[in-house]
Design a binder for this molecule. Structure first.
Ligand SMILES: Nc1ncnc2c1ncn2[C@@H]1O[C@H](COP(=O)(O)OP(=O)(O)O)[C@@H](O)[C@H]1O
Ligand SMILES: [Mg+2]
Length: 287
């Protein structure tokens, strides 16, 4: 039977505490990730985002509740191998994820460990490097790459294992704006063109605007869930838990308060300009 949800968190709690008086890093967290869906998880430091990432492919198992991947319970050890093939995780620091000195060797590492045939590995390495726009760099030394390039190689290493879902835990946090753009464009390509489900964890609000679904975590709980429009219309709630809305959304909300009729749901600079031009009685500028 085809499972509707690729990933399902059902009332999940998790504690790093072995003691009786448990402090929960996550408490009663429920959400789903469907095939092909782009989910963004937002939250400030210590809210529980990385704990969610590690629960999603059985690096951790829940203390209470259940995590399923394509119908497989992550608490059941015999599912571990299949689950890790279905859900790949990319972490924050690219330097900790690069294991080989040459780009293509690094990307081959994952499929080698899955005992994939050499010919098939060759093909997967080439395809994965093309998918992240790093094919021309296949013979380059990994330590000479920029942060954004290293992160894309790390993503290629995950793609080479052909997962259905890629979880990225703050993959842009250590990158400059150029590197952040490279990674974001790569992730969009994997979702839109290759049909991969994406769980993108970040504290940059701007990176959530293209999501199908946004989850806001605060203090180990899900505070908000909805489309980017729904979530960013709750600016008060977001401010109260130390988050902001994208600058253009905040600006539009301020202008609205001052009686200027800006449009609804302004998330990007393009939305803002369109709305502003309408106010001025002009049509959108052609690029
Ligand atoms: N290895 C650990 N041991 C003990 N507590 C931890 C550990 N890792 C995280 N925590 C705690 O769990 C909570 C959630 O952490 P984490 O999931 O890393 O948050 P985020 O990724 O959103 O910054 C925090 O209070 C953090 O201090
Ligand atoms: Mg984290």
């Amino acid at each position: 039977m085809e499972n509707k949800h690729l990933i399902e968190f059902n009332n999940v709690s998790f504690s790093y505490d072995e003691e009786e008086s448990k402090v929960f890093a996550l408490k009663n967290v429920s959400f789903t990730v469907d095939k092909g869906e782009f989910v963004v998880i937002l939250g400030h430091n210590g809210s529980g985002k990385s704990t969610i990432a590690k629960l999603s492919n059985s690096i951790f198992v829940p203390a209470e509740g259940k995590v399923s991947v394509d119908g497989m319970d992550t608490s059941d050890e015999k599912n571990e191998f299949e689950i890790r093939k279905k859900v790949g995780v990319v972490f924050q620091n690219p330097d900790n994820q690069i294991v080989a000195s040459i780009v293509e060797e690094d990307v081959a590492f994952g499929p080698e460990n899955l005992a994939v045939e050499p010919e098939e590995i060759r093909k997967r390495v080439d395809d994965s490097l093309k998918a992240v726009g790093m094919y021309e760099y296949r013979m380059h030394e990994t330590h000479r790459l920029s942060g954004g390039q290293k992160q894309r190689v790390a993503i290629a290493g995950i793609i080479a294992m052909q997962p259905d879902c890629i979880v990225l835990d703050e993959p842009t946090a250590m990158l400059d704006p150029k590197g952040r753009n490279e990674v974001m464009n790569t992730v969009m390509h994997l979702n839109r063109e290759m049909g991969k489900s994406i769980v993108f964890i970040t504290h940059f609000m701007e990176e959530a605007v293209n999501a199908d679904k946004v989850l806001v975590v605060d203090n180990g709980r899900i505070l908000l869930e909805g489309t980017p429009q729904e979530v960013f219309s709750q600016s008060k709630l977001l401010y109260d838990c130390g988050l902001t809305v994208p600058d253009v959304s905040a600006l539009s909300q301020m202008l609205k308060k001052a009686g200027i009729e800006m449009g609804e749901n302004i998330l990007t600079e393009e939305d803002f300009v369109d709305s502003f031009l309408k106010l001025c009685g002009k049509n959108a500028v052609e690029e």
